[in-house]
Design a protein around this ligand. Structure first.
Ligand SMILES: Cc1cc2nc3c(=O)[nH]c(=O)nc-3n(C[C@H](O)[C@H](O)[C@H](O)COP(=O)(O)OP(=O)(O)OC[C@H]3O[C@@H](n4cnc5c(N)ncnc54)[C@H](O)[C@@H]3O)c2cc1C
Length: 538
């Protein structure tokens, strides 16, 4: 008999059911250890043709022979988030080619973001104010954090905009082409050979470039090789729908739980008003173990729990879209460049938080320093591995989030107390909310700051938390590791406070990268001021 997932997804236009089966197969193989991050995930990235060891099938190899001449300054592989940097760099006068395996187009489903986070698109002159407004499908408030058994916490202006990726990417594509960029669609990247003076890229045809930006997402063959088949330390599994028929609500949910731990998973909800109804996501954090649920299992859980969460029977829904995916995360993030002249951007870089799957938000946040950093590196012809590493520096404010993820992930190998996650999240969010938006907001926007973290920790009543149980769960090693990152966050915070007065004296690109590492790593990038303009020659 067909499951509810099969019944509902086969009734949708498009290939949702087939894509879900494909994504689930990749996830099944990954957790059973029969494959690494290769294969064909949802969305179709990657073809599984690459090896991390067989020299014949390496995505990246090196050669000591110079190329003598190169056609491009930058080749960007992967268009979804790649087009943002491609556009920023072509505007600064660089010769940029953008290589996309399919057609460069955004998906139908909205990306959620805050209005303030979009300002960078105006600052970098990537969109006009009118173009920016045209990308916004919905705007709503308030947003809630609602943990089972605890009073909901409300906050405004966090992830409260729905952006139409299709409109945004179409606008950037037009701008990129108008500024002289070259777009190669239906041109899958297959190989890169790094020479001393450039990279030879094969993507249907051969392109030579000074710098290759890898924006091919989590399943990038380049990342796969760089990570040497490393298994993700954790994954976020997500399923959901965009549907009509749900009770109208003004705001959305950033995080909600309605159940205790089940099946060694704590299930979390997110909900957003959408242009076309309402989006609801069910997600959970897991490790890559065979006993973890598949995406289809998670979808069955979604149908089962949705009526209790949204107060509507699934039969009453008018489904527009099914949404699903899994997001791997690695403690070894961001990914340090493994080769000269190749830099990862977007999801492939691991710059996004292991708590949220907000890769679009993470890219926007880092776009000013990445575009400036690439510009400086091209101008100084400083494209060796160590110089590019300064563009993906250690981020203590990302590293500290691992412990929070650890708390939200229920191990398979130990008995789980039903409320072990809710009983921690409830008091923690209450304490943060009591401290005000200045404490809660950075946490919810993936930009954890030292003072806010210290205030939150100090405000938590230890009697409300089962500290002994918590310590047993996360273990001394994880706690020590976290303490190290916490102290680094404090140090970075201290150094970032001097940024406004130091910046005028630290003008060299290397010094600027150092300052950016401090400020971004402490969630204090506003200390650097607004991004500057400048062109290839300026
Ligand atoms: C259900 C869901 C909801 C989400 N909601 C949000 C949200 O609200 N806010 C937010 O900030 N983020 C959200 N995200 C995350 C966001 O979608 C990703 O972070 C973003 O898509 C990452 O873009 P990327 O370009 O790095 O990688 P991908 O999206 O994986 O895109 C990779 C690109 O590279 C191309 N490509 C792949 N392989 C090749 C190849 N061999 N040759 C050439 N091109 C190739 C692909 O076709 C694609 O264009 C969500 C994700 C999902 C699945």
């Amino acid at each position: 008999m067909a499951t509810r997932t099969e019944t509902y997804l086969t009734a949708l236009p498009g290939e949702s059911w087939i894509n879900l089966q494909r994504a689930d197969q990749v996830w099944q193989r990954l957790k059973s250890g029969t494959t690494d991050m290769g294969g064909r995930p949802a969305g179709g990235a990657g073809t599984g043709q690459w090896s991390t060891t067989d020299p014949e099938h390496l995505a990246v190899s090196t050669s000591t022979q110079p190329l003598e001449s190169v056609d491009w300054d930058v080749v960007v592989c992967g268009g979804t988030l790649g087009v943002f940097l491609a556009c920023a760099l072509v505007q600064r006068g660089w010769r940029v080619a953008l290589v996309e395996q399919g057609v460069l187009q955004g998906r139908a489903q909205e990306w959620n973001i805050a209005r303030s986070e979009l300002q960078v698109l105006l600052d970098l002159d990537l969109l006009t104010p009118a173009e920016l407004e045209a990308t916004i499908a919905t705007e709503f408030n308030p947003m809630r954090v609602a943990i089972r058994g605890w009073a909901p916490v409300a906050i405004r202006n966090v992830l409260n905009l729905g952006i139409r990726p299709a409109v945004l990417l179409a606008t950037l594509k037009a701008r990129f082409l108008a500024k002289g960029g070259q777009l190669l669609e239906h041109s899958p990247f297959t190989q890169a050979i790094v020479h001393p003076d450039g990279v030879a890229v094969t993507a249907g045809r051969r392109l030579t470039t000074r710098l290759l930006l890898d924006a091919m997402g989590h399943f990038s063959p380049i990342v796969r090789q760089a990570r040497q088949g490393e298994r993700p330390d954790s994954l976020c599994l997500v399923v959901g729908t965009c549907a009509t028929g749900l009770p109208a609500q003004e705001g959305g949910d950033l995080l909600a739980t309605t159940t205790p731990v089940e099946n060694h998973c704590q299930y979390f909800w997110e909900a957003f008003p959408a242009q076309n109804g309402r989006t609801t996501y069910l997600f959970t954090y897991v490790d890559a173990q065979p006993g973890r649920p598949g995406l289809m299992d998670l979808f069955e859980t979604y149908w089962r729990l949705l009526p209790d969460y949204q107060g509507v029977e699934t039969e009453a829904l008018g489904l527009h879209r099914a949404l699903f995916g899994f997001f791997p995360s690695y403690r070894r993030s961001p990914l340090t460049p493994q080769w000269s002249r190749i830099l990862a951007v977007g999801d492939s870089s691991g710059l996004q938080s292991p708590l949220s799957f907000g890769g679009f938000g993470a890219l926007l946040r880092h776009l000013p320093r990445l575009s400036q950093g690439c510009h400086d590196a091209l101008q100084a012809d400083s494209l060796e591995r160590a110089a590019l590493a300064a563009l993906l520096p250690y981020q203590p404010n990302l590293a500290v989030t691992w412990l929070f993820q650890e708390v939200m992930r229920v191990p398979l190998d130990r008995p789980a107390a039903p409320d072990q996650v809710n009983a921690i999240l409830g008091p923690v969010f209450q304490a943060m909310a009591a401290q005000g938006d200045a404490v809660l907001k950075p946490f919810l926007q993936d930009a954890i700051q030292f003072p806010a973290l210290v205030r939150s920790l100090a405000a938590i009543d230890p009697r409300q938390l089962n500290l002994v149980g918590l310590l047993q769960r996360v273990g001394p090693a994880a706690l020590l590791d976290w303490t190290r990152h916490f102290l680094a966050l404090g140090l970075y915070h201290g150094l970032s406070q001097g940024a406004p007065s130091l910046a005028p004296y630290l003008r060299s690109p290397a010094a600027q990268r150092w300052l950016e590492a401090m400020c971004y790593g402490a969630g204090q990038e506003h200390k650097l001021g607004r991004p500057g303009g400048g062109s290839r020659s300026g």
